[in-house]
Design a protein around this ligand. Structure first.
Ligand SMILES: NC(=O)C1=CN([C@@H]2O[C@H](COP(=O)(O)OP(=O)(O)OC[C@H]3O[C@@H](n4cnc5c(N)ncnc54)[C@H](OP(=O)(O)O)[C@@H]3O)[C@@H](O)[C@H]2O)C=CC1
Ligand SMILES: N[C@@H](CC(=O)OP(=O)(O)O)C(=O)O
Length: 351
């Protein structure tokens, strides 16, 4: 007989990522949505009244009729998926953790705190062990676990198998980021239509710092960042979903084209071994066609959880260069948090 599902709540349920949570959690075998909250603007309304539903699947009827709760832990379930802007997240997420909730969040507010795990389950599942240092966990059993910035996720998925085998020593990345990354309503039409904006506030330092934490090592003193040099350029482009990243890198140990392709093709992780419900069977696809990956055709690979890589070739400045694409609101946000929660459950941190 199947165990009872774990009741979960969504904080920031009306935003782009909140909506993705609702879409992805429909029929989830382990989690059931019982509570929704967002800002005071939404409080007391039905979800259907509060949201501008932007998903391509229909708003589920049971969710449409749910009443939006206050963003307060008093009547919330003990597992919270959070998709708040980072300002409110900074204030609200600790309140929930202090009240004994497991907060599995997308926001950047606590990602770089030394006692907060920043996790992509295929890449660094061992980093959840630093939860033992969180004061909230010691006091009430509550805690905060984060997933990275949406560009950092696609990037580290492609880098992890290479870093494991050849040790990255220098890295250049330039992004082309979809408009859904800016939330809803996001970037004004007149700014982005037929245009490219070579600035996304705060994005470049986040991408640089988070990549080094994610590829860092868990030691008895906490997470020791990876030591490679990294520089990032971040750009907004008129694409609906899917962040594309052009990467150049060099390694401490020489790597051939065949070895790199082999590292990507063999890549699999703990979520695949454990058969977690949201784990894509194939983590990375390498597409041989010279004009791929493209967001229009490749963004939904593996239900939006697989990253697609292409165009591996020698680089005139560093050793190698390639392109990687991943879905920013699925693998880069809601899907990432759900996979984190599945890992936490599988490892005994959620019940
Ligand atoms: N979009 C993406 O690709 C990614 C986003 N993220 C992160 O996820 C988080 C959510 O992003 P996204 O969904 O795009 O953003 P949106 O702007 O689309 O949604 C923001 C959500 O936060 C709620 N909110 C705003 N202010 C408050 C407040 N004071 N108290 C409670 N709730 C509040 C909004 O509620 P209301 O509708 O009531 O105003 C809404 O539900 C952000 O931290 C973002 O950085 C991370 C990775 C990728
Ligand atoms: N800033 C990203 C999305 C995002 O919200 O990132 P972060 O969670 O790191 O703030 C984008 O615009 O595409």
């Amino acid at each position: 007989m199947q165990d009872k599902k774990i009741p979960i709540g969504i904080l920031g349920a009306t935003g782009m990522v909140g909506q993705r949570f609702i879409q992805l959690l429909q029929g989830h075998p382990w989690f059931e949505i019982v509570w929704l909250a967002a800002s005071e603007r939404s409080e007391g309304k039905s979800y259907a009244e509060a949201v501008r539903w932007r998903m391509k699947t229909r708003l589920p009827e049971n969710i449409a009729n749910m009443q939006m709760s206050p963003a307060d832990p008093a009547n919330a379930p003990k597992v919270i998926f959070a998709a708040l802007d980072s300002g409110p997240a900074k204030e609200l997420e600790p309140k929930f953790a202090k009240a004994g909730c497991a907060v599995v969040t997308n926001s950047s507010a606590f990602r770089m705190y030394p006692d907060v795990p920043l996790v992509v389950p295929e890449v660094n599942p061992d980093h959840i062990a630093i939860l033992e240092h969180q004061q909230w966990r010691k006091d009430t059993g509550g805690y905060i676990v984060t997933n990275p910035n949406c560009c950092a996720i696609g990037l580290v998925m492609a880098l992890a198998p290479l870093h494991q085998r050849f040790t990255i020593d220098r890295l250049f990345v330039s992004t082309m980021q979809a408009v859904s990354g800016a939330g809803y309503p996001g970037v004004p039409t007149l700014d982005i239509l037929g245009n490219v904006i070579p600035y996304i506030g705060g994005e470049e330092p986040k991408l640089e710092a988070e990549t080094k934490k994610l590829l860092g090592t868990h030691t008895s003193e906490g997470i020791k960042d990876a030591t490679f040099a990294i520089t990032a350029h971040c750009n907004r482009v008129p694409v609906e979903d899917g962040h594309t990243e052009c990467v150049s890198l060099s390694f401490a140990r020489k790597a051939s084209e065949a070895e790199i392709l082999d590292a990507w093709r063999q890549y699999s992780g703990v979520p695949q071994q454990l058969g977690l419900p949201s784990a894509p069977p194939v983590v990375l696809i390498y597409d041989e066609r010279p004009e791929r990956p493209q967001p229009r055709f490749d963004v939904d690979a593996g239900g939006g959880m697989t990253a697609t890589i292409g165009r591996l070739r020698p680089c005139g400045l560093l050793d190698w260069k390639f392109v990687v694409l991943s879905h920013n609101t699925i693998r880069g946000a809601a899907g990432a948090a759900i996979l984190n929660a599945e890992l936490l459950k599988a490892k005994g941190f959620l019940s």
